[in-house]
Design a protein around this ligand. Sequence first.
Ligand code: NDP
Ligand code: KPL
Length: 319
Amino acid sequence: MTNKNPDFRPKRFAIIGAGPVGCIVGAFLSRGGYDVTICDVVPELVDPAATTGITIEGAEQVFQKVARTCHSIDDLAQYNPDVIFITVKANALPLIVSAIEEFYKDGTYIISWQNGIDTELEVSKVLGNKPVMRGVVNWGCGLKGPCHVVMPFHHPPHYLQELAAESSGAAVTIARILTECGLPTEHTDRIIPMVWQKSVMNACMNSVCAVTGLTMAQATTDPIIFRLVDALMKECIQVARGNDILLGWDYYPKAVEYLKTAGNHKPSMLMDIENKRRTEIDFMNGKFIEYGIRAGIETPYNNTLQSLVKGLESTMRSR
Ligand SMILES: NC(=O)C1=CN([C@@H]2O[C@H](COP(=O)(O)OP(=O)(O)OC[C@H]3O[C@@H](n4cnc5c(N)ncnc54)[C@H](OP(=O)(O)O)[C@@H]3O)[C@@H](O)[C@H]2O)C=CC1
Ligand SMILES: CC(C)(CO)C(=O)C(=O)O
């Protein structure tokens, strides 16, 4: 492919969200020699990234400090980032994007490095298509403590695509940088089916684990629970087909294998429930319900799981 942005040589990266995903991206980019600022609203969670450093253990072993941290997106403006990774939960996007809009300059790229369907659209509806890119992240991770990440599995490659054709060269460059820094990432022109491939797994694993409290290994080896996971997966695959999303002829066995080899990872939605936070259910099972309606496909399993997770969220709120 001819590079449409040959002069794009990003040096300064900003990461919004010091959860496990943001810490991993920040640590790898910083280890590769890039200037990294991590922003999180919780100072105790993010500040060790620049003082004592980020520790990653499990599938990857990394210890790395980043250049600096900050506690508000407005503060990022002074560091003039070339690329901003959004690594917060999808439900925080409206707030984050309106804060980015305040200082965003032409030539800065914003990456929705998240789970869930249509997260990139939450960004592009405010900032337009040109600066926006969407990633698909293929690892599992959690926090043992501030800036201390456990990574039960890392199944690269990860994927990246721009929304606007004119930004394709920049996306190729960012994918190359991530790869050189140790997070193998492929530039693709098929990000939508890839997002759906990952989201089917999230819809059948995150919600079931959130409701049962089981890890991925437990949910996939318990025959009764796995029946539910399997029924959800088949329902999501039907919704994808009904919306002409091509998951691939061998998607089902590959997805089952991915879930079964994930080990004792607690999906991020279970961690949200344990930490009494809102979940991403609307961007996972909620999207399969929405797209099911568009295609005239009933989604009783997704509806049930969405209701159960929302019930758990309101129990948390009332406590
Ligand atoms: N965990 C995993 O294994 C994987 C997760 N993903 C996806 O990656 C994304 C990030 O996941 P994860 O790292 O687990 O998320 P976390 O929720 O653990 O981390 C995000 C952090 O961002 C903070 N935050 C929220 N709003 C703002 C804001 N306005 N400004 C600055 N910081 C803010 C949150 O604070 P607070 O908690 O106070 O809101 C939290 O500390 C999600 O979409 C997830 O589904 C993808 C692959 C694997
Ligand atoms: C569970 C996993 C690894 C894949 O479904 C994930 O993406 C998450 O924890 O949110």
